[in-house]
Design a protein around this ligand. Structure first.
Ligand code: AHG
Ligand code: MN
Ligand code: MN
Length: 283
């Protein structure tokens, strides 16, 4: 796993350079989910593919930006599923964006098969959070000469103060709206940038809160993809002492996608907010 994490540091440096220097415009293509692809989505995907394609531990890679699974080494131990650039819609306004990685055992592409997860934050500083199942996540920051050093061990408190509610409010269910309103009524403060990486990173480093992306009438299965987005963050939240569930109250880490690009409604939080969610949803 350490070899993979070392490769992620290299990937982070390369994508960071691309974001800082390359064209931020659209390409002429769409990805498997029908999103317009940025030139940077394609460039970031190419950097990851290139870097991971000579790692013998890697059996195959699956990208949000690719329709199909890409085989690497048939004897490899892991499948790496990744979102090369999360936050494509906010890159043009110079907000923080990220990359997300899920490292699955063999070709077991389920929540239970997920062994480790990581994400990169391309912000004013370059940061990386890595977690192996059952161990507290580590937060690293890049410093002089591009070397990463550990800043902290990520641990959530019982309860936070931040509320990051995703999706379009006019399509929310009355239950979801009442739940989100109840948190604001309790004193929670709105923190939502439109990028799950910086939004979840803020909750993790500030010690708690809730990030939600529910199923709604315009998107009954939510927006966030299981393999590349929801499951990796579920592992990181659980490893940090929090919880990650869907709107039926199931642990995201118990889910099994039918197709590689499947999405799921999701709620990530410290224990208190998730308990409140279960109560509000009658679960
Ligand atoms: P991507 O850029 O990889 O398509 O994903 C963006 C995701 C996620 O980062 C964010 O939380 C969510 O889309 C925001 O969606 P809304 O604009 O619907 O709030
Ligand atoms: Mn994404
Ligand atoms: Mn993306």
């Amino acid at each position: 796993m350490l070899t993979v994490f070392e490769k992620l540091k290299h990937i982070a440096q390369e994508i960071d350079k691309a974001i800082k220097n390359e064209d931020l415009g659209y390409s002429e293509n769409q990805n498997a989910t029908g999103d317009e692809q940025l030139k940077l989505d394609v460039a970031s995907d190419a950097i990851i593919e290139h870097t991971l394609s000579d790692v013998s531990l890697v059996k195959q890679i699956i990208s949000e930006e690719k329709e199909e699974i890409m085989p690497i080494n048939p004897d490899g131990k892991y499948t790496i599923c990744y979102d090369p650039l999360d936050g494509s819609s906010i890159v043009d306004v110079n907000f923080s964006v990220g990359s997300i990685f899920g490292i699955y055992e063999g070709d077991n592409l389920t929540g239970r098969g997920l062994r480790a997860a990581a994400y990169v934050v391309y912000g004013p500083r370059l940061e990386l959070v890595v977690a192996t199942r059952g161990h507290r996540p580590r937060h690293l920051r890049s410093g002089t000469r591009g070397l990463f050093s550990t800043r902290s061990i990520v641990q959530l408190k019982e309860k936070g103060k931040l509320n990051a509610p995703g999706g379009t409010q006019k399509y929310w269910s009355p239950t979801h709206k009442a739940f989100i309103d109840s948190l604001f009524a309790e004193g929670y403060r709105l923190r939502y940038s439109g990028g799950m990486v910086p939004d979840l990173h803020q909750i993790l480093l500030k010690g708690g809160g809730l990030f939600s992306y529910p199923g709604a009438s315009d998107r009954p299965k939510g927006k966030l993809r299981m393999l590349f987005e929801a499951l990796p963050f579920a592992l990181i939240f659980e490893a940090a002492g929090g919880e990650a569930i869907d709107e039926q109250g199931r642990r995201l880490l118990d889910l099994e996608p039918e197709h590689i690009h499947d999405t799921t409604p999701c709620f990530f939080g410290s224990r208190y907010e998730i308990a409140k969610m279960r109560e509000a949803y009658g679960l």
